[in-house]
Design a binder for this molecule. Structure first.
Ligand code: C2E
Ligand code: MG
Ligand code: MG
Ligand code: MG
Length: 282
């Protein structure tokens, strides 16, 4: 009996693995096509000044309109894109698409501050991020001070890679904005942070979520805000969903925020409508 049960368990296990491998392969192959077949989209989420509600930036967030699986969020495919190397092409597509979109917003008089694009680990390690970014800015005609790049804390804190700092320095001297994403979830070294030419810390949404819960998260958020301001960095809180979170962050002197309370990520054509409803026309 035991042997039979074990046998069944094993069969079930391999079936599950095969199923996973099959859907992984399906997504991987699909991703190789997706850029060419125009299945990728960028949605844009507003970032605001907490004290006034003014729009100060937009984060470009990738989505995939898969022909069979439907609308996919990056959690389903970005890691696969990284592991298979397809992220280089996707990352370049995202950068180009966001810059072209931002250029057309500028042309239509829409004021959005900077558009921020998420940059994957391997895009920085290739060593050509500055060159690629420069070329795309030239091609699209977007001024560099209208673009920002978000790198995760893990990448920013890697040791022994002065080439990363050199690459970021080149971007910074062109006036491209640099933000550290998901701050607080990695291992930050303060000496490393001091060396990085970044402008902004983005407090990870996991700390914002329970900020009103009476636990330690409010203390952590307060510490990040103090650290950021001490280093002359902008501090932006991610994932703000409630008025209570908004009020607590504002009281702690966090100046910038982003979250469903203000706006969800939206397709580019929805942005001007949101802006009209957001702040009454003067
Ligand atoms: P992220 O850069 O930290 O982006 C923030 C995520 O939080 C987004 O998820 C956004 O939709 C979500 N979010 C915003 N406000 C709220 C809120 O109030 N509540 C909740 N629960 N969530 C909120 P999304 O769009 O699914 O993206 C997930 C991650 O995928 C991003 O995290 C980023 O790491 C990655 N990603 C997105 N687009 C790109 C891209 O073009 N390239 C690369 N390399 N990574 C990307
Ligand atoms: Mg981000
Ligand atoms: Mg983040
Ligand atoms: Mg995040």
């Amino acid at each position: 009996q035991a042997k039979k049960a074990g046998g069944n368990g094993y069969a079930f296990y391999t079936d599950a693995l095969t199923e996973d491998a099959r859907s992984y392969a399906l997504l991987e192959n699909g991703l190789r096509r997706a850029v060419r077949t125009d299945e990728l989209r960028l949605y844009y989420q507003p970032q605001i000044r907490l004290g006034s509600g003014e729009l100060i930036g937009l984060e470009a967030l990738i989505r995939w309109e898969h022909p069979e699986l439907g609308f996919l969020l990056p959690g389903r495919f970005i890691q696969i894109a990284e592991e298979s190397g397809i992220i280089a092409a996707i990352g370049e597509w995202a950068l180009h698409s966001a810059c072209a979109q931002a250029r057309s917003w500028l042309d239509s008089g829409l004021e959005f501050g900077r558009v921020y694009v998420n940059v994957a680990h391997s895009q920085i390690h290739r060593g050509d991020l500055h060159r690629v970014t420069r070329r795309i800015l030239d091609q699209t005609g977007l001024p560099a001070e209208r673009l920002g790049l978000e790198i995760t804390e893990g990448v920013a804190m890697e040791r022994g890679t002065d080439s990363i700092i050199a690459e970021l320095d080149r971007l910074k001297s062109d006036n491209v904005g640099l933000a550290i994403d998901d701050f607080g979830t990695g291992y930050s070294s303060l000496s490393r942070l001091k060396q990085l030419p970044v402008d902004q810390l983005k407090i990870d949404s996991s700390f914002v979520r329970d900020i009103g819960g009476g636990g330690r998260d409010l203390d952590i958020v307060r510490a990040i805000i103090t650290l950021g301001h001490t280093l002359d960095l902008e501090v932006l809180a991610e994932g703000i969903e409630t008025q209570e979170q908004h009020a607590l962050l504002l009281a702690e002197d966090c100046r910038f925020g982003q979250g469903f309370l203000y706006a969800r990520p939206m397709p580019p054509e929805a942005l001007s409508g949101w802006l009209k409803d957001w702040l009454p026309a003067v």
